[in-house]
Design a protein around this ligand. Structure first.
Ligand SMILES: Nc1ncnc2c1ncn2[C@@H]1O[C@H](COP(=O)(O)OP(=O)(O)OP(=O)(O)O)[C@@H](O)[C@H]1O
Ligand SMILES: [Mg+2]
Length: 387
């Protein structure tokens, strides 16, 4: 079947003539005697081309031409005009006509012009499709680029995190090696000092000034010993016993221990056990140490009250723990130092709390990270694996 062509002319003889010529060439021809009727046909048939008379009563050809070009971009229009109206023809071409034919016309000329217009039309439509396809491909490429960028960013972040973890582990390992040996070496002479001072004290008059000096010396020696014990705790794993322990129970136990302090400081407890993980094989006192140290830090920041949050959940692989507070937060520049041993901003702090937590979390193959904001406070996130 040939292309669909609509012919609009108020002269019946023209309609009959063109129909005959073009049907002979295999086209499907639809005819209309007025522009209005023609518009209806175009709407229904969506023809490839319209042969349109310029001079018609009611709606004139020019108006119809504009309507067709606006409403049906794939329908091309050839105008019929009377002799001597070349100026009008220019107007029509400007308004979007593809060609014009002077009446009366020669049969072959009609066929040639129509074929020519249809050829141009098919090239132009193909072109438009190519352009559309190119635009679609460009958009797809853009999407891919965005996706690639996102993936590169994600990988970079993962690498950064992995790198930070390595640095942390190396710090811990180096510290462990050095401090374990050093602490051990120092504690021996320290014991001797303590022993001799006690002996000296025994030979002094009770409640004398000298006795008080001896007491002060003993107290300082104790303090040094305390620090060394903590240093050892931060760097190497002490004696431990593995049992199946329940994290919710551990948390409750440590919370019990700080309940008086919570009350005294006016701190609200927000406990959210989203899901209760099954027991894990661990040393109970090590796990308790995690919460003791985190709660101690949080309560230190909330002397004027606030909210202590404890969130617990799990999935098939991990147990997730979040301890949050509404304290003053950690300044951005300190965020990657808080797990360093000795790092403290407190006059009486030793800076071991979080490095001990880190060591324990690492021992169990877990992860820890910190988020902080001066407006909302601090969150310590811990992930522990099952088994
Ligand atoms: N919840 C928190 N809010 C604000 N700052 C915190 C919090 N937790 C830790 N920090 C910061 O991290 C530092 C290190 O904490 P960490 O527990 O290791 O040592 P510390 O509390 O200073 O001393 P220690 O725990 O040995 O008594 C703190 O001095 C503090 O500056
Ligand atoms: Mg602390």
């Amino acid at each position: 079947m040939g292309e669909r062509i609509v012919v609009v002319d108020d002269e019946r003889i023209i309609l009959e003539l063109t129909s005959m010529i073009l049907r002979g060439k295999g086209y499907q021809i639809f005819t209309a005697e007025s522009a209005e009727e023609g518009m209806e046909l175009i709407e229904r048939e969506r023809p490839a081309a319209v042969l349109l008379d310029y001079m018609m009563p009611a709606m004139d050809g020019m108006t119809a031409l504009r309507k067709i070009r606006d409403g049906y971009p794939d329908t091309y229009v050839i105008m019929f005009t009377g002799k001597g109206s070349e100026e009008v023809a220019v107007e029509m071409m400007k308004a979007g006509a593809s060609d014009y034919i002077l009446k009366p016309f020669n049969n072959q000329d009609l066929i040639d012009r129509l074929e020519n217009v249809l050829r141009i039309r098919s090239i132009e439509i193909h072109n438009r499709e190519l352009i559309k396809e190119r635009e679609r491909l460009m958009r797809e490429i853009e999407q891919w680029n965005l996706e690639l960028e996102r993936r590169v960013e994600e990988k970079s972040r993962e690498l950064e995190r992995a790198h930070a973890e390595i640095v942390q582990s190396e710090k811990l390992a180096a510290l462990g090696h050095l401090s374990a040996g050093m602490a051990h070496e120092i504690r021996n002479p320290l014991n001797t000092i303590s022993l001799f001072v006690q002996l000296l004290k025994g030979g002094l008059e009770k409640d004398s000034e000298l006795t008080s000096y001896a007491d002060k010396t003993l107290k300082e020696v104790d303090r040094i010993d305390d620090i060394l014990v903590k240093l050892l705790a931060a760097s190497k794993r002490p004696q431990y016993e593995l049992h199946m322990v329940s994290l919710p129970n551990i948390i409750e136990r440590v919370l019990d221990g700080v309940s008086e302090q919570l009350k005294a400081q006016g701190v609200r407890l927000e406990k959210e056990f989203v899901s209760l993980p099954p027991p894990i094989l661990a040393d109970a006192s090590e796990l308790e140490q995690i919460f003791t140290n985190l709660f101690t830090n949080s309560l230190y920041e909330m002397k004027e009250g606030g909210t202590l949050g404890v969130r617990l959940s799990h999935d098939g692989r991990w147990i997730y723990i979040a301890v949050s507070d509404t304290g003053k937060g950690i300044p951005q520049e300190n965020l990657n130092k808080v797990f360093d041993p000795f790092f403290t901003t407190k006059t009486k702090g030793t800076g071991f709390g979080l490095s001990v937590v880190l060591r324990i979390v690492k021992t169990y193959g877990g992860r820890i990270s910190v988020e902080s904001d001066p407006c909302t406070g601090t969150v310590l996130n811990i992930q522990l694996p099952f088994g």
